[in-house]
Write a protein that binds this ligand. Structure first.
Ligand SMILES: O=C(O)CCC(=O)C(=O)O
Length: 220
């Protein structure tokens, strides 16, 4: 991954908070002031836990590649979806969650009205053009009172934000480098996903989109 740490300086926009649900927000550009710290932290995590493509219980290989840091990492294989305290690739604990990622999530949650978020799991998704995330609910966590905080870096993407039933109509929300989406409370179990990422080149991250999704997975 080649990184031009300063290429995003000119892309900075004033922060805007857009409400997309009763307890759901898009915090436009919220991560931009921290990108220069986030990217080295990401590289450090990936040295220990490189991206890999996982298989769903139904036998499909996910198009996004995944890694994790924190106490718990979300994994999937033919046996099901679950959180694991160790990386199935090497049996070692997942890398420690870098402070810059943890603090970003805590601050974003607070800006969205969730003042006491204590994330213990950070899933890292990598989308190359064509990769997507099908509509799903995040329901493998013990503590569904904690919000989900989702950070977008690199290529733009179209976020689908649905209702509580798979068939409910989804909002289509374009996400840019630096945007953070937070949903929780009455919206915590809303279906969501990512449409196939379009071809492109991002000045900082090249032909990929990176997403951090932070949650409280373990018991309090
Ligand atoms: O990439 C994204 O923005 C969403 C990721 C996601 O839905 C998930 O990891 O559960």
């Amino acid at each position: 991954m080649t990184l031009d740490l300063f290429a995003d300086q000119d892309l900075r926009q004033p922060e805007r908070h857009e409400r997309i649900g009763e307890q759901s927000w898009v915090l436009r550009g919220f991560a931009l002031p921290r990108v220069e710290q986030l990217l080295p932290a990401l590289r450090q995590v990936l040295r220990q836990a490189p991206f890999r493509q996982m298989v769903t219980p139904g036998g499909f290989t996910m198009s996004a590649s995944l890694s994790s840091c924190g106490d718990w990492g979300w994994t999937t294989d033919r046996d099901g979806y679950r959180y694991s305290a160790t990386d199935p690739h090497n049996g070692q604990p997942w890398p420690t969650m870098p402070e810059v990622i943890r603090q970003l999530a805590v601050d974003a949650a607070e800006a969205a009205g969730f003042a006491d978020f204590v994330p213990d799991a950070c899933l890292i998704n990598r989308y190359v053009p064509g990769a997507k995330m099908s509509l799903h609910q995040d329901r493998n966590e013990h503590d569904l009172t904690a919000p989900v905080v989702s950070v977008s870096l690199g290529l733009p993407a179209m976020f689908l934000f649905g209702g509580h039933e798979r068939a409910d109509r989804s909002l289509r929300i374009p996400l840019q480098h630096g945007d953070v989406v937070v949903w929780g409370g009455v919206d915590r179990l809303r279906f969501h996903g990512i449409l196939p990422v379009k071809d492109g080149h991002h000045p900082v991250l090249g032909a990929q989109r990176i997403n951090f999704t932070l949650r409280r997975a373990g018991p309090r």
